[in-house]
Design a protein around this ligand. Structure first.
Ligand code: 13P
Length: 232
């Protein structure tokens, strides 16, 4: 075990997969996760329940589609590879089939800016990529396009993809996107919800950037947006 490559990243991947299940955003044989490493990425093996997965089961892949290890990589390795290739700004790709996001996705619906927190995913909507069979290049192409300028998208009749700079950030955003999907669906009980205009989402996004909203509990935020500590 100790001669495994990228051991800390393998552990982080296993821990995050267990946390995906514990948070309720993932279940059974659904879902997969990848983390960028030098020259390629680590990815969950196909069809192995997360509570049975060890760091040695994690598969190392190159961007050429070759892999190392005793397990086969996730059937969704194409979109993990293509997203990591297309998006040098992200290190982690998380895929799951959470109930509320998937309920919207089976209608081919994304999440508009009905709530300001949609801005956390990088724009004024969370798009839904058109359907294509799991594991195909077509699904990968659709996902890469739906993620342009965004950190999350839904996949029609399938689930969600969330990106992150860290496994922790990707998991937190996945939980947030699932909460937004739940809120959006519940909001429809009273009719079509109010949609915030793009300029308000731009204002929110700018404020989130300056405050490092959702990222930094301990400081380093733009001073004009924070309360001042009393002893300063
Ligand atoms: P894998 O077990 O092959 O990762 O497949 C799970 C899945 O969610 C396919 O979309």
């Amino acid at each position: 075990m100790t001669d495994l490559t990228h051991l800390p990243q393998r552990h982080a991947l296993v821990e995050t997969c267990l946390a995906m299940n514990a948070s309720g955003i993932n279940q059974g044989a659904s879902g997969n996760l990848s983390v960028r490493v030098e020259g390629g990425f680590l990815i969950t093996p196909t069809s192995l329940p997360y509570d049975e997965m060890t760091p040695a089961d994690v598969v190392e892949m190159g961007f050429d589609g070759t892999y190392l290890g005793s397990r086969r990589p996730s059937s969704e390795w194409r979109f993990h590879r293509d997203i990591l290739k297309a998006r040098p700004d992200v290190e982690v790709v998380l895929h799951a089939h959470p109930t509320f996001a998937t309920a919207l996705a089976v209608h081919g619906r994304g999440i508009p800016s009905f709530h300001y927190m949609v801005a956390l995913a990088g724009g004024d909507s969370i798009r839904c990529a058109p359907y294509a069979t799991f594991g195909t290049q077509e699904l990968s192409d659709n996902a890469v396009a739906a993620l342009e300028g965004r950190m999350a998208c839904l996949l029609a009749n399938h689930g969600m993809i969330v990106l992150g700079k860290t496994t922790k950030a990707a998991l937190a955003l996945a939980v947030e996107v699932e909460a937004l999907a739940r809120q959006y669906l519940y909001a429809h009980l009273l009719g079509e919800p109010v949609i915030l205009p793009p300029e308000e989402i731009e204002r929110v996004a700018d404020k989130m950037r300056r405050m490092k909203y959702g990222q930094s509990p301990d400081g380093n935020a733009a001073p004009e947006d924070t309360a001042r500590p009393r002893n300063v």
